[in-house]
Structures are given as structure tokens and as C-alpha cells.
Design a protein around this ligand. Structure first.
Ligand code: 5GP
Ligand code: MG
Length: 185
């Protein structure tokens, strides 16, 4: 781990996924998309801010023409449990008709966020809709979400790093980990 992040890593109880593990898996996810979507233009709909690093890394491995739309979606009020209500900043005149859409998010947890978003995307009549997440939690979903690919299945624990935050912090960790409950910050 670079020494510059050593201080932040001390806030972790443990590292779940190292930068090398994440990078290898993201490469494999991109290779699969390159094969499945060869010859097509891909319209990526990426959920921010949590998906920031995953999307940036995955897209640079796509050998396909790509359009990118980012959406901000939130169901959290800054803590570690969902409120159940999904807020999305839908762009005006969002046109996905007849496009091959790839919906990307950092983590699938209850399923509320991705199901709300994918339902809306389908009303925009894309030619196809694929959904990929970096992490999928092993837990009962409140809403089922058809996934085309998930980078890693993880236990039902709150994770931070590689774009994912706790109270706005820890997004810049290069690894994914579990927060130390005794962390002073
Ligand atoms: P869902 O709607 O599936 O419950 O949750 C989706 C969103 O909640 C994710 O896109 C992510 O932003 C946030 N989320 C769910 N689990 C975690 C977690 O363990 N850590 C962090 N930082 N965010 C999470
Ligand atoms: Mg998110």
C-alpha cells in the first residue's frame, strides 16, 4: 500500500479487497463486456459518487465507443443504513431510446436503488439494458435486481474505499475495507 495512505488505512478494521484484487477483477469484467458488446456503441449510465473509481477504471478498459451519463442517487442520509427512499437527479431530456445501455454502480445492497433506476431506464426504451456492480452483498434483497455481472460477492457488512464513503470520507482509499469501530474519526 502506498505510504501516503497509511494514516487512512489505520481507520480500517481489515482490508477486504486489495487494489490488485480489484484491478484484476475489473479487467475481467471489462474483457467480458468487450466480447459481449463488440461492434456496438455503449451508453453507460453510472451512479455517483460511490461508483466513481469503479466506473473510471472499467471504462478505460472498454475497447468500445462509449457515451457516459452520470447520475447521483442517494438513499442514505450519511450513515450506514438505508432510508428506503431513493432520490435521483434525472437529467432533463434523458434520451436512451434504441441505445445499448450499461448501468453501473458500486454496490448492490437492498436493491432499492438499482431497481428504481433500472425501472425508469426501461421506460426510456433502450435497445438493451445491462447492469453491473463491483460488489454484491449476500443478503436478502428488498427488491430483486437482474445483474449481468458482479465483481465480488461480499458478506453483509458496511464497506468503504475505492469510491465508497462513510459520512463523506474514505472514498479515496485504494482498497476496500471494513471500518474500525474504534476509529477516532
Ligand atoms: P441499495 O439501494 O441496494 O440498498 O444500496 C445501494 C447504495 O447504497 C449503493 O450504491 C451505495 O451507495 C450504498 N451502500 C450500500 N451498501 C454500502 C456499504 O457497505 N458501504 C457504502 N459506503 N455504501 C453502501
Ligand atoms: Mg451508490
Amino acid at each position: 500500500m502506498p505510504s501516503s495512505v497509511t494514516g487512512v488505512i489505520q481507520d480500517l478494521e481489515r482490508v477486504l479487497l486489495t487494489p490488485a484484487q480489484i484491478s484484476a477483477r475489473v479487467d475481467a469484467m471489462a474483457a467480458r463486456l468487450n466480447a459481449e458488446l463488440a461492434g456496438r456503441v455503449v451508453t453507460v449510465v453510472a451512479l455517483m459518487d460511490g461508483g466513481l473509481f469503479f466506473v473510471a477504471d472499467l471504462l478505460r478498459k472498454l475497447e468500445l465507443p462509449v457515451r457516459l451519463h452520470t447520475l447521483s442517487a442517494s438513499s442514505y442520509q450519511g450513515g450506514t443504513s438505508t432510508t428506503g427512499e431513493v432520490k435521483v437527479n434525472w437529467p432533463a431530456d434523458f434520451d436512451l431510446r434504441d441505445q445499448d445501455v450499461l448501468l453501473l454502480d458500486d454496490i448492490l445492497d437492498t436493491g432499492l436503488t438499482l431497481s428504481a433506476i433500472s425501472e425508469h431506464l426501461l421506460t426510456l426504451q433502450p435497445a438493451s439494458l445491462r447492469t453491473c456492480v463491483l460488489l454484491s452483498k449476500r443478503r436478502q434483497r428488498l427488491r430483486e435486481v437482474p445483474l449481468d455481472d458482479a465483481g465480488f460477492e461480499i458478506d453483509d457488512e458496511f464497506v468503504v474505499g475505492y469510491g465508497m464513503d462513510y459520512m463523506g470520507r474514505f472514498r479515496n482509499l485504494p482498497c476496500i475495507g471494513i471500518l474500525n469501530p474504534n476509529s477516532p474519526s
